[in-house]
Design a protein around this ligand. Structure first.
Ligand SMILES: *Cc1c(COP(=O)(O)O)cnc(C)c1O
Length: 226
C-alpha cells in the first residue's frame, strides 16, 4: 500500500475517536512527507533537531512539527521559533531552557512531560515522583512561556501485550492523579501521548489522545536513530 493509503487507514481508525494522529517521519525523505501532506496530513513527529529544522524549512508552513525524541538543552533554540509540541520533556533544566527560548521568540511553547513507564533502562523520562517534585517546585511556578498540556510515555518494547497494557494503564492513572492535583481547573492539560505502530491499539484502550505512528505508514526506516 502507498503512504497515502496507509495514512488513510490510520486516520479513519484514530480521528473519529477524537484522537490525534502524529505521523512519525524521522529518517524519511522529503518526498514521503510530501506524499502524506498531499493526502491531508498536517502533524509530523521528528526525533532529531537538525532533521526537523531542515524539513521545516523545505516543507509547507501549515505543518505542525512535534518533537518526540530526547532534546538536548543546547539545541532548544533551533526549534523554539516554530515547534508546536515537545513530547519529550524530561528535566526541569530542559523546561527552563524551553521557557527562555520561547520568551525570546515571544511565544508560549506547549510541552508534555515524558513519564518513564517502561521496564527498560534505555528509555528517557521522569519517574512519577520526579514529575510531582517538578510540578511542586518554585522554579516551575516561574515558567510563564511554557504550557504543560499532558504526559507522554513509551511502553516496553516487548511482545507481552499484558505488560504493555499495564504500563499504559499506569500512565493513565498517573495522568488522572496529576490532573486532579495540579491542573484541576486547567482545560489545556488533557493529552496523553502514547502508542506507536506496534502498540497503538493497546494505548488507545488505555486513554491515549495522541498516537505516534511511523513505520506502519512510511514503511521501514533505512537508518534508525533513536
Ligand atoms: C520512532 C518513534 C515512534 C514511531 O515508531 P514506529 O514503530 O515507527 O511507529 C513513536 N514514538 C517515538 C518516541 C519514536 O521515537
Amino acid at each position: 500500500m502507498s503512504i497515502a493509503d496507509n495514512l488513510k487507514k490510520y486516520k479513519t481508525e484514530v480521528e473519529p475517536l477524537g484522537l490525534k494522529l502524529i505521523t512519525v517521519s524521522k529518517t524519511q525523505p522529503i518526498e514521503s512527507l510530501m506524499e502524506a501532506y498531499n493526502a491531508g496530513q498536517r502533524i509530523f513527529g521528528e526525533n532529531q533537531v537538525q532533521e526537523m529544522v531542515d524539513k521545516h524549512e523545505k516543507l509547507p508552513k501549515d505543518i505542525e512539527w512535534h518533537l518526540i525524541g530526547h532534546l538536548q538543552t543546547n539545541k532548544v533554540k533551533y526549534i523554539a521559533p516554530f515547534v508546536k509540541l515537545i513530547h519529550s520533556v524530561d528535566s526541569l533544566k530542559l523546561l527552563q531552557e524551553i521557557n527562555k527560548q520561547a520568551l525570546k521568540n515571544e511565544r508560549v511553547i506547549d510541552c508534555l512531560l515524558q513519564v518513564y513507564i517502561a521496564d527498560e533502562d534505555t528509555k528517557f523520562g521522569l519517574g512519577f515522583d520526579e514529575i510531582i517534585e517538578l510540578l511542586r517546585s518554585e522554579e516551575f511556578e516561574l515558567l510563564k512561556n511554557i504550557k504543560i498540556v499532558g504526559l507522554m510515555g513509551i511502553a516496553t518494547n516487548t511482545q507481552n501485550e499484558k505488560q504493555i497494557k499495564v504500563e499504559f494503564n499506569e500512565l493513565k492513572i498517573f495522568f488522572e492523579g496529576i490532573k486532579l492535583s495540579f491542573f484541576r481547573k486547567d482545560e489545556a492539560f488533557k493529552e496523553i501521548s502514547s502508542g506507536m505502530s506496534a502498540d497503538y491499539k493497546i494505548a488507545i484502550e488505555e486513554g491515549s489522545t495522541m498516537v505516534r505512528i511511523g513505520s506502519s505508514i512510511f514503511g521501514k526506516r533505512t537508518k534508525s536513530k533513536e
